[in-house]
Design a binder for this molecule. Structure first.
Ligand code: SF4
Length: 626
């Protein structure tokens, strides 16, 4: 057990990041446990503690008597320095046990710019960074989460990955481990990896060899054993009411990024925005019953004392029973000053009515995401909203008393022209004018926030060449010059982080050496603008001899094999290609949820159905007949 001296905690910022002991943290006697599982998000405590997936897995694993799940996050550099100076290895927050003593260390992969933190954490724990160098006594390093649909750039660092939703498969992994642990005398890690590779949804990268053609372009991933699947399909939960969810979330002592309860209404989104990876990854839509949600809400409120709950999902306003659910929750907790909030709003008056009912969003202003400045480009990305929709929603918001609106856009989308960019400024101007018309006042604030588009695997834009850093910067200057109204605030990010994200997200195994060298040169917390150093990364590319532009700037031939073709959410490539062509033709594709199936193939491939509760009783369940 690690003992921290008070002098160390006194010398670092936010020491509560490192002391554990929070309400609902689960401490078990590790000597009596068959499987010890450390769960991590490779970021600082406040970010990691806000992750929904880790909270769910923590409770599922700790419900087992034979297993203990504990948490570990990335120490901030001031704490890392103290730990290295004092030879303190990375440890878990529940039992202060060093990470190297666990059977598994599981990382949730939320964004590519957290990868150097993983290497740093393994190093700080004294665990071999490369999977091929790991000894039998070292933990198995496992990855899961939204980035698993292309893990090739980090394949060399992990023993295995869980592709898809983890609630069921995590138990299968633990059970297999406990059996192997009892049965085997040698504790040969290869033997367990073979057993795990037979579980649906498990990808063991060392069991495959990557091949490249004479031009250095990725050619194929070849299985090294006959009993290894050629393609690994994601795991998916068929019935969201059947799986355990969060009941006793840990209550932190310090403010965390999402410092509230999270009630997951449903998984998936079928709106079909063509830039959106999550929209494909989490298909099909599967709603929870209202009764399930009430019961979960009650348990979480009773077990924590939180006074705020976020009704989360990819597009929460699409939950089919939302008005009734909210009304009942507000009635039920009327005397307890509970606040309920929605993390995102649709661009329609329905959402404004809901937000008005909830009141809480009033504090911070309303956020809408038109994503593009002109109707033409919104059609390219299949956003499915018009300027009239946005102005109607804003008018409804202003009438209800809001005077702050945030508008999210992207630049660098396929087919984008300068007119599309100037359209962003014009749209924001129209929102300002609308406020004056509705309220006869001028005290409105419109924030225009524009990110740089990163094409992602398993989207219709997976073949598209990303804009260069110089092009993004030119576009940022152009838009800035076209925003003249003082009521409009323009936010944009440094393009270089999006460039690196673009390189890694569609990279192959050759990037592992670059990531490792960048880490060795001091790259960490790359997702934090104050810590990010683009030069370090470019030097690493140069020294390793890998050309970064081939990964992000190059438009791929649609016949090319892609490094991520082997870990799939189940979508048909032909569907993505037809969506790519429809984008170029500015054609829309309808939402498949209540119209007919539009053929992405996921339901058929994985044997799962849309679950859409339109009303209050069993008769109203809508399950698509594919
Ligand atoms: S298979 Fe059809 S119904 Fe199922 S998610 Fe895809 S488009 Fe929608």
């Amino acid at each position: 057990m690690i003992k921290l001296s008070p002098s160390i905690l006194q010398a670092v910022s936010k020491p509560a990041r490192y002391t554990g002991g929070e309400v609902n943290a689960v401490c078990k006697d590790l000597d009596k446990i068959a499987c010890k599982f450390a769960l991590s998000m490779p970021d600082v405590y406040e970010v990691g503690m806000s992750n929904l997936g880790l909270k769910i897995l923590y409770e599922i694993l700790n419900k087992r008597n034979d297993t203990a799940a504990e948490r570990v996050y990335t120490p901030w550099p001031d704490m890392e320095e103290k730990m290295r100076q004092n030879n303190i290895p990375l440890y878990t927050l529940e039992s202060f046990t060093e990470l190297g003593k666990f059977d598994f260390v599981g990382f949730t992969l939320q964004y590519e710019l957290s990868y150097t933190n993983i290497l740093n954490m393994l190093d700080l724990a004294g665990i071999s960074i490369l999977s091929k160098e790991r000894k039998n006594y070292e933990p198995f390093i496992v990855g899961g989460g939204p980035c698993v649909y292309n893990v090739e750039p980090i394949a060399d660092f992990f023993d295995f990955f869980i592709i898809g939703e983890g609630e069921e498969v995590i138990n299968e992994v633990v059970t297999e481990f406990i059996t192997w642990d009892k049965e085997t005398k040698t504790h040969d890690r290869q033997e367990l990896l073979h057993r795990l590779a037979a579980i649906r949804g498990i990808y063991v990268p060392s069991f495959y060899r990557a091949e490249y053609n004479e031009k250095g372009v990725f050619k194929e991933l070849v299985p090294l054993f006959p009993d290894i699947p050629k393609v690994i399909k994601k795991r998916v939960i068929k019935n969201m009411d059947d799986i355990p969810s969060i009941e006793k979330p840990i209550v932190p002592y310090i403010n965390i990024v999402h410092d509230r309860l999270m009630l997951e209404l449903f998984r998936g989104c079928s709106r079909g925005c063509r830039f959106c990876q999550a929209g494909i990854e989490y298909r099909p839509v599967r709603e929870r019953r209202r009764e399930t949600l009430y019961a979960l809400a009650k348990k979480m409120i009773d077990n924590t004392g939180y006074d705020e709950m976020s009704l989360t999902s990819l597009s929460s306003a699409d939950y089919s029973c939302l008005p009734v659910l909210i009304e009942n929750l507000i009635d039920e907790y009327a005397g307890e000053k509970m606040n309920f909030s929605l993390p995102s709003l649709r661009i329609d008056s329905f959402s404004i009515d809901i937000a008005h009912k909830l009141q809480t969003t009033r504090k911070s202003g309303l956020t809408f995401a038109p994503e593009a400045g002109t109707q033409r480009l919104r059609d390219v990305i299949n956003k499915g909203v018009t300027e009239a929709d946005l102005l109607r929603a804003c008018a409804a918001a202003f009438e209800h008393g809001w005077k702050t609106v945030k508008l999210y856009f992207m630049m660098g989308l396929p087919t984008e022209t300068d007119e599309d960019l100037i359209g962003i400024a014009e749209l924001a101007e129209k929102v300002v004018d609308l406020y004056k018309k509705v309220k006869s006042r001028r005290d409105v604030k419109v924030t225009v926030s524009v990110s740089c588009f990163v094409p992602k695997p398993y989207t219709p834009f997976q073949w598209f060449g990303q804009n260069s850093k110089e092009e993004f910067e030119r576009k940022q200057r152009l838009l800035k010059a076209n925003i003249k109204n003082k009521a409009i605030h323009f936010n944009y990010h440094d393009a270089s982080t999006s460039i690196l994200e673009g390189i890694i997200s569609r990279g192959d195994r050759r990037l592992a050496k670059v990531i490792y060298l960048a880490y060795k040169k001091g790259a960490k917390f790359d997702g934090w603008s104050e810590m990010f150093n683009f030069k370090t990364w470019m030097q690493a590319f140069e020294e390793i001899g890998v050309e970064p532009n081939q990964y992000n700037l190059r438009t791929r031939d649609v016949t090319e094999k892609l490094p991520w073709d082997y870990t799939t959410p189940g979508v048909r490539k032909e569907f993505l290609l037809s969506e790519y062509k429809k984008a170029a033709a500015e054609e829309l594709t309808p939402d498949c949820r209540r119209s007919k199936c539009i053929g992405c193939g996921i339901c058929q491939e994985l044997g799962v159905d849309i679950v859409d509760w339109k009303g209050n009783n069993d008769d109203d369940i809508s399950r698509r007949d594919n």
